[in-house]
Design a protein around this ligand. Sequence first.
Ligand SMILES: Cc1cc2nc3c(=O)[nH]c(=O)nc-3n(C[C@H](O)[C@H](O)[C@H](O)COP(=O)(O)OP(=O)(O)OC[C@H]3O[C@@H](n4cnc5c(N)ncnc54)[C@H](O)[C@@H]3O)c2cc1C
Length: 510
Amino acid sequence: MSKRDSGKHVVIVGAGPGGLTAGMLLAHRGVRVTIVEKDSRVGGRNAELKLGDYSFDTGPTFLHQKFVLDEMFRETGRDSSDYLDFVNLDPMTQLTWGDTSLRTTSDREKMAKEVERVFPGSRAGFERFMDDHATKFRRIYPCLLKPYQSLSSYFSPSLLKAFPYVATKNSVIDVLANYFDDERLRLAFTFQAKYLGMSPWQCPALFSILAFTEYRYGVYHTQGGLCKISEAMAKVIEEEGGDIRLDTEVDEILSMGSRLTGVKLTTGEIINADSVIVNADFAKAMTSLFNGSSVPEQKMRKKKFSCSTFMLYLGVDKEYADEPHHHVIFADDYAKNVADIQSEKNLSDDMSIYIRNSSVTDPHVAPKGHSALYLLVPTINHRHGMDWDEMKHQYRDKVLERVEQTTGMKDLRDHIVEEKILTPADWASRGVFLGATFNLSHNLGQMLYFRPHNQYQGFKNCYLVGGGTHPGSGLPTIYESARISSNLICDEIGLNYNTVDLASDYLASA
Ligand SMILES: Cc1cc2nc3c(=O)[nH]c(=O)nc-3n(C[C@H](O)[C@H](O)[C@H](O)COP(=O)(O)OP(=O)(O)OC[C@H]3O[C@@H](n4cnc5c(N)ncnc54)[C@H](O)[C@@H]3O)c2cc1C
């Protein structure tokens, strides 16, 4: 049978990063792919948001471990740089605590000097962190590439090697205490827990590799925004003969016994499939799309979920050339800010704010002389249903006041010409369960075997991709979830495939 004619049809529910990656791989491997997406553009949380002449990323703005994305393109016989214009950011991020700022870089010598300049006496701790974490990353990374369908998978050689790093009750902040005395410097190596929507005080120790990968392999921007990655993947799918149907919402995933048979759209149309991949938000899909077999919402709410984000997207008729591309402003009392978020109830007035001023790097996101500013405030998820309609304008003013006070953008409010606010309630109404923007929490009880499996238990031909399954939230891990699920499908139907491994060279040079 020719590679392009496996005779199998897979329907993918959702064109987020997970669904698109799976679509790209499977279409190339010879599976007939139909992606159904309820929105009018691809990308999900990684889609473009347009306001007049300004363009924003809805969600992801940091691309880490670019080599994982490259592997996905390479498997289809393509080079990602033929589709995307990458910028390796240097400096990567400015981190600010009151009057103190650290500018991070993936140039190790430059970073060591910067750490020493801002926190004298800390260079040795930085060097030790990087050396120790090269080993830690080499041990943990291979564990993220395979599914955990059964408890016996815990006895795999790769996981046994990584076990001391995984099976500990320590948090990332505990790990950092071994390297740095200054609390702020510890935060510079733990704030990446934000990518998982977790507190550094609760995020499992193994995730200290996130800071390592950032400081070792860098953070990338793609010109036009990270949303261009989704658009590039959609192009590959179409080139490979896959079908993406926008403005097409799945109402129900159909089953007969223990097998899924396809999907029913809100229009009543039925699309039959040999397998169904669910990229829609895990908890939302499982509580609403499986008809009689859906998980009761009350049961799902017992799981732990990430924080949410209060977002401001601002079209500004001014350039702020001295403001960095990525800027994280820590709350004056960061521990209290994080505790408020974890409470799922208390809104912090002393908030942390991440500002992305991509216009300093990217001429495509705003007209000349203007800026497209993206402000993200980590905040409580929507478990307790705060009335954001009442609060949001007041909270927006507090956020902007703090930005004006703590950055060089002293006149920001005088220059806003386009504006959009997204609250945790808005995320929830967009189909994100509890508005938990980073999906299920990544505590040890919800990871590896204990995270929803890539081949979803309960149905033989139901597969998950995206932040709600293994390995977890964040672009590289989501791409990996799609490759794991695609491999499982191909194994099931007996379709050969050759995955590409660029990671080994990166790991060897770590
Ligand atoms: C504000 C924010 C900032 C982030 N920043 C970063 C970052 O800097 N770096 C990083 O690596 N990660 C980041 N993330 C995390 C993560 O990478 C993104 O959230 C990512 O987009 C999640 O991808 P996904 O594949 O899980 O699904 P989603 O992006 O959620 O896509 C799911 C798709 O399914 C569709 N869908 C849902 N229900 C149906 C239905 N019934 N029928 C048809 N279609 C349906 C949705 O419309 C959506 O398009 C961020 C997330 C957010 C929200």
